[in-house]
Design a binder for this molecule. Structure first.
Ligand SMILES: Cc1cc2nc3c(=O)[nH]c(=O)nc-3n(C[C@H](O)[C@H](O)[C@H](O)COP(=O)(O)O)c2cc1C
Length: 315
């Protein structure tokens, strides 16, 4: 996820049980122009493997040149984003914009598969809009040109993030007898029960988890525990939350420097400390201090004042 899935956060998710992690989506046009903002997103830590680097674009030459740049960083997977609904991406025919031109989607994928030995996977949506859902056919064509796995967000581009994700069309893709590559479902997996449903009721090969992990890398271990035992894991303790917040900030500073490290971890703190009564002034400190020492001091203060706080189980 853009501005979320950076190396520090991915490392935390991995530690907490994520099986595969992906980078933020990276612009192929930015990569080939050496844009610093795009290049830094290629950083991967050994400990997060298997890791996929996700790129987007709609121009064949730019995508192929990007593959050459990306493969030098030795990812385990190169994932193509054919699902981003944002106007500035779609208007260039990239992301979900390509759902208006399935032939181009297939030919770009084929060319990329042929251009590298790194497995190419695709992340996409059900279709452009409700009247153009052809995901069963699209997935089959992508498989036929060598795509190694497909992740499908159960919404159309027209839906953006509105309404509920519909997993039925994703199950149809999986149940197509011609399909043999892994099919991963995505959209609204926000409880361990939903992950079980995706596996058992919809028969999918994996659940791709997005928003439920923001400020909640523990979600992955909760899902796995639930898979194994059918029971809910106790929520992480206050001490564990503070420890993760400290480590997250430190890793972010080590990776991106003080200014960006402080800035880019902010969005996680709300969820790290969600549900604590009268917490607002402390959260405000964490998300407004510009200096790392002040943010660490805010963590210390929270540890002293709220160290004994017991989080209620979500069920
Ligand atoms: C802030 C944000 C950034 C996102 N960035 C990406 C991205 O870079 N690549 C991608 O494939 N999907 C991205 N997505 C979409 C998610 O991966 C996912 O498809 C969508 O949020 C639905 O799944 P969820 O309900 O588990 O979040 C992003 C979503 C959010 C909320």
């Amino acid at each position: 996820m853009e501005d979320v899935s950076d190396p520090p956060f991915r490392a935390l998710c991995k530690e907490q049980g994520a099986d595969v992690v992906y980078t933020e989506f990276i612009s192929s046009e930015g990569l080939i122009r050496d844009a610093a903002k795009s290049l830094i997103k290629l950083d991967i830590y050994e400990k997060e493997r298997p890791v996929g680097i996700q790129i987007f674009g709609a121009n064949l030459d730019s995508m192929l040149r990007s593959v050459e740049i990306v493969e030098k960083t030795k990812p385990d997977i190169i994932d193509i984003n054919f699902g981003c609904p944002v106007k500035k991406v779609v208007s260039k025919g990239a992301g979900a914009g390509i759902l208006k031109d399935i032939d181009l989607m297939v030919s770009l994928t084929e060319a990329m598969v042929k251009h590298t030995d790194v497995p190419i996977t695709v992340k996409t949506r059900l279709g452009w809009d409700h009247d153009s859902i052809k995901i069963v056919e699209v997935a089959e064509r992508l498989q036929d040109v060598g795509c190694k796995a497909i992740s499908i967000h159960g919404r159309t581009r027209a839906q953006m993030y509105k309404g509920d994700a519909d997993w039925n069309p994703i199950a149809k893709v999986k149940n197509n007898p011609r399909m043999h590559i892994p099919v991963f479902g995505n959209g609204d997996v926000n409880t361990p029960e939903r992950a079980v449903e995706m596996r058992d009721k919809y028969g999918l090969d994996g659940a791709m988890i997005g928003r439920a992990s923001i400020g909640n890398p523990w979600f992955f271990r909760e899902v796995k525990h639930f898979f194994e035992t059918g029971e809910h894991l106790a929520p992480p303790s206050m001490q564990e939350r503070i420890d993760i917040a400290r480590r997250h900030l430190q890793m972010a500073i080590d990776w991106k420097g003080e200014k960006l490290g402080v800035f880019e971890t902010r969005r996680h703190y709300t969820n790290y400390f969600k549900g604590i009564p009268d917490f607002k002034p402390y959260r405000t400190k964490m998300v407004t201090c510009d200096n790392p020492a002040d943010v660490f001091a805010a963590f210390d203060e929270v540890e002293q004042l709220f160290g004994d706080y017991q989080f209620e189980s979500v069920v």
